[in-house]
Write a protein that binds this ligand. Structure first.
Ligand SMILES: Nc1ncnc2c1ncn2[C@@H]1O[C@H](COP(=O)(O)OP(=O)(O)OP(=O)(O)O)[C@@H](O)[C@H]1O
Length: 262
């Protein structure tokens, strides 16, 4: 096996199933993700996309299967078996999680700057000048007006809040970012600009990302690979262009044709 770390996956998901009561939300999901790779998870509402994502982040315990992550120091850890303290540390350093609703991923009662600085403070950074400089730098990187660093998130529009949430996640330069429908609920033009920004940041920072979306256009724009879920199962996965232009599974064919037909 090659010793080149970039040739190794960052995430190994094997046989993961999640259940709520008697109902299976995710069944036997297996895949890998490599550094710098963007994977879209698509499928209709209720197909298990968000549950799968929550499981990958360690927020939900699977009934079966394992999620293994290769830390920056090269050590593989089982996301559901490490101590809660280690998982929290990874969650605020090496991982990012962009919520569908920015209010769930931001602290709404503290300033934009404090939202961005929080992860840095969690890592021990206390120097006010440094935190503020990082906050304004990241506001600029996500194309927010840096003079609004002291404003509260609620004073921002929906699109701006999502930008702020992205800045808050990226400030510690994570290696893996999970995004749950990051652009849904926004106006089409706001969505398009946000998608461009995400695409740019993901490429520049060589991020590995998993993006849950019901919008095949988002998958087409952002993702190297696409995985299609239906009733909790992965029914098809492959290179995005192949999956969307030459779908093999009849459900994917239906999804693709329902987008392109009038
Ligand atoms: N906390 C919960 N308690 C009970 N059932 C749940 C819970 N969360 C999800 N489910 C069920 O699990 C299944 C998968 O839901 P999930 O939210 O993962 O799908 P999804 O593809 O992300 O859908 P959406 O796009 O609507 O968010 C659904 O049948 C849903 O009703």
């Amino acid at each position: 096996m090659s010793n080149d770390p970039t040739s190794q996956p960052l995430l190994r998901v094997a046989g993961v199933s999640h259940r709520f009561g008697a109902a299976w939300a995710v069944r036997d999901a297996s895949f890998q993700l490599h550094p710098g790779e963007v994977l879209a998870v698509v499928g209709e509402s209720g197909s298990g996309k968000s549950t799968l994502l929550g499981g990958l982040a360690g927020r939900l315990q699977p009934a079966h299967g394992t999620v293994e992550y290769r830390r920056a120091d090269g050590v593989w850890v089982d996301v559901h078996r490490i101590a809660e303290a280690e998982r929290r540390l990874l969650a605020r350093t090496e991982w990012g999680y962009v919520e569908q609703h920015a209010a769930d991923g931001l602290r709404m009662n503290v300033s934009a700057g404090a939202n961005i600085g929080e992860r840095l403070m969690g890592l021990g950074s206390r120097h006010f000048g440094h935190l503020r400089a990082q906050a304004t730098h990241w506001m600029e990187r996500v194309e927010l007006d840096a003079t609004r660093v002291d404003d509260l998130p609620r004073e921002f529009s929906g699109g701006m809040r999502q930008r702020l949430q992205i800045a808050r996640n990226l400030v510690t330069r994570p290696r893996l970012v999970l995004m749950d429908e990051p652009t849904s609920g926004l106006d089409v033009s706001v969505q398009a600009r946000l998608l461009d920004l995400i695409r740019l940041l993901v490429a520049r920072m060589h991020l590995a990302a998993i993006i849950v979306t019901h919008d095949l256009g988002v998958a087409r724009l952002l993702a190297h690979r696409t995985m299609v879920m239906r009733h909790g199962r992965i029914v098809e996965q492959g290179l995005t262009d192949r999956v969307l232009d030459d779908p093999q599974h009849e459900y994917t064919q239906l999804l693709v044709s329902s987008v392109v037909s009038p």
